[in-house]
Design a protein around this ligand. Structure first.
Ligand SMILES: [Zn+2]
Length: 345
């Protein structure tokens, strides 16, 4: 019979770290050690960690396989990683969503430009609506067309786009600069040129450089107003309140890093605000920030009992944990197991 991977010593239940690290490779051992164990024992259960309720479905299994495959592809090619970096940068911009989307469509070649439509046998004149001397494609409309060149040069960016042979090259230069303000301005300018092109074709409006530059200024102002409205109002500093006489208040929290490393901390104070106890603990790891918070609560409650405090008050900054405790859902998940144990405690 193989030796058990867990141990029970008095009230302490834990993984046999020495044995697990001896048998498994480091990454597998770390995964095993991050599985929370119930302090009261209980039968083993099957859990699917990718869903919140820990139930396996074919859909979730498929999604996980897809994620694993795309991660493997990204790791196998630096080009793909660079591409991912590029798109992340482009979408993280402060520009308006419609500007970002237009740029994404232009770079991907999804804009219904005349040359593209013509090549698909749509009955249109493939010529540029501004200069009518060249066919309308992304490189011409946004870079080579004299109208676009004037806009870029007269804009706040003062760019001589003639130095770029393709539209994509312009974007690679923006990526290299890695300047958020420049990125948002480039995106707004591309959108303004695209809008002016549509107005010229569909509303027979005359293209003027001043109109396009004025539009870029309007878009920039729209961004500024939006950001101002989104900025959080100055929050009042949270004040800690003393518990009622005879009650000990426990404030607890958990630290969680994406690599799984976890830290738990708590401080107990009486009605005069005097510190009665304080502790920290470093469990092997947790599977999620919420699980770390739940582990922190269970650990704090166990400490309160061990220290002999009977009238206690627990305070957390994790609303999600509070809601889980209130709901007391009896589903099959690591979180529910810990919540059940907290209720027992
Ligand atoms: Zn043109």
């Amino acid at each position: 019979m193989p030796p058990p991977l867990g141990f029970i010593y008095g009230m302490i239940i834990g993984w046999r770290t020495d044995l697990i690290e001896l048998v498994f490779n480091p990454s597998t051992a770390a995964r095993i050690l991050s599985i929370p164990l119930g302090v009261h024992g209980g039968p083993d259960e099957f859990h699917w960690p990718s869903t919140t309720n820990c139930h396996y479905t074919c859909k979730e299994g498929y999604k996980d396989m897809r994620n694993l495959l795309s991660m493997a592809e990204a790791l196998s090619s630096t080009a793909v990683t660079l591409e991912a970096k590029f798109w992340n940068f482009l979408w993280s911009s402060r520009a308006l969503p419609r500007c970002k989307e237009t740029c994404w469509r232009a770079i991907q070649g999804y804009l219904p430009l005349k040359e593209r439509l013509f090549s698909r046998r749509v009955d249109v004149d493939p010529g540029c609506p501004f200069c009518a001397t060249e066919r309308e494609n992304e490189d011409h409309l946004f870079i080579h067309c004299p109208a676009a060149k004037h806009v870029w040069f007269a804009s706040q960016l003062v760019v001589r786009v003639a130095s770029f042979s393709t539209f994509r090259e312009l974007w690679l230069a923006v990526l290299e600069l890695h300047d958020e303000e420049v990125l948002a301005l480039v995106q707004s300018t591309v959108y303004a040129i695209w809008e002016a092109r549509n107005h010229t074709i569909f509303q027979q409006r005359q293209f003027t450089m001043d109109n396009v530059l004025g539009r870029v200024r309007c878009l920039t102002e729209e961004v500024r107003v939006r950001d101002q409205m989104r900025a959080p109002s100055v929050a009042l500093p949270a004040t800690w309140k003393t518990p009622t006489s005879g009650t000990i208040k426990f404030n607890f929290d958990a630290y969680y890093h994406v690599n799984g490393s976890t830290g738990l901390g708590m401080v107990a104070r009486n009605c005069n605000g005097e510190v009665m106890a304080a502790a920290c603990s470093y469990p092997h790891s947790a599977l999620s920030p919420l699980l770390a918070e739940a582990m922190s609560l269970r650990w704090t409650m166990q400490l309160a009992i061990d220290l002999g405090f009977r009238r206690i008050c627990l305070e957390t900054d994790c609303l999600q944990l509070f809601n889980c405790l209130k709901a007391k859902e009896n589903e099959r998940s690591y979180l529910s197991s810990i919540i059940r144990e907290c209720c027992t405690l």
